[in-house]
Design a binder for this molecule. Structure first.
Ligand SMILES: Nc1ncnc2c1ncn2[C@@H]1O[C@H](COP(=O)(O)OP(=O)(O)OP(=O)(O)O)[C@@H](O)[C@H]1O
Ligand SMILES: [Mg+2]
Length: 204
């Protein structure tokens, strides 16, 4: 099997303004997602993913790897296998992000919200400060269990209230019987954009 570092080296990006375009990658890498700082690929024939950071964010690889190491043994977080100057290798999580659950209309339960709280408390018990907890960083597995990814900001000192705001929206709105359990992607992106610009807050 090819080494993780050679797979990471096969990934080539071009920065076009604020956009990062993927130009090349090894055929063993299957694109599964992207965020503000990286592209994520499933490594074919394995249950692992390779997260490759864009040039301006490469430093995050080491920080995120250190945090995953602190979290090892808590099954709500993926295991980490290797990291390099601009990449991480962690468990692949088969399932849907909470964002996709809303797009597809997969119901999210109160028990799952409590499980997320419990997973975050377990990170706190290891002296971390869970931050940047948003809909694309939480996955629900096929068995309905939760997993949290993208832990790079768990050592920031500033308090992050994103998860408290999401929980508040869950209890005040989503849980209501007539509240729609499915929303088009553009509507969710618009809500996220307005929230980030502080044009909407934790809701009524
Ligand atoms: N281990 C994994 N298993 C399955 N899917 C994953 C995994 N890691 C990442 N993904 C997918 O890739 C997307 C981007 O990954 P990630 O959140 O780690 O990137 P990021 O650039 O750090 O994101 P952000 O914009 O939140 O800072 C996730 O939202 C998810 O859909
Ligand atoms: Mg993310």
């Amino acid at each position: 099997m090819k080494s993780f570092s050679s797979l990471a080296k096969s990934v080539k990006f071009t920065q076009i303004g604020s956009e990062t375009r993927l130009d090349e990658k090894d055929a063993d890498l299957e694109f599964i997602g992207r965020g503000r700082s990286a592209y994520v690929f499933k490594i074919r024939g394995t249950n692992k993913v390779l997260k490759v950071f864009f040039a301006p964010f490469e430093k995050i690889a080491k920080e995120e790897a250190n945090i995953y190491t602190i979290l090892q043994g808590i099954h709500y977080y993926p295991n980490i296998y290797e990291h390099g100057p601009n990449y991480l290798v962690i468990d692949y999580i088969a399932g849907d992000t909470l964002f996709n659950c809303l797009v597809k209309g997969i119901a999210v339960t109160e028990a799952q919200i409590s499980e997320i709280d419990y997973a975050l408390d377990m990170a706190r018990a290891r002296n971390l400060n869970p931050s940047d907890i948003h809909l694309r960083n939480i996955l629900i597995t096929k068995e309905g269990r939760i997993k949290i990814i993208d832990v790079a900001r768990f050592r920031q000192t500033k308090k992050c209230k994103q998860w408290d705001d999401l929980k508040s929206a869950f209890y005040r709105l989503y849980r209501r019987r007539l509240f729609p359990k499915k929303a088009p992607e553009w509507v969710l992106n618009l809500i996220a954009f307005l929230y980030k610009k502080r044009l909407i807050s934790a809701l009524p």
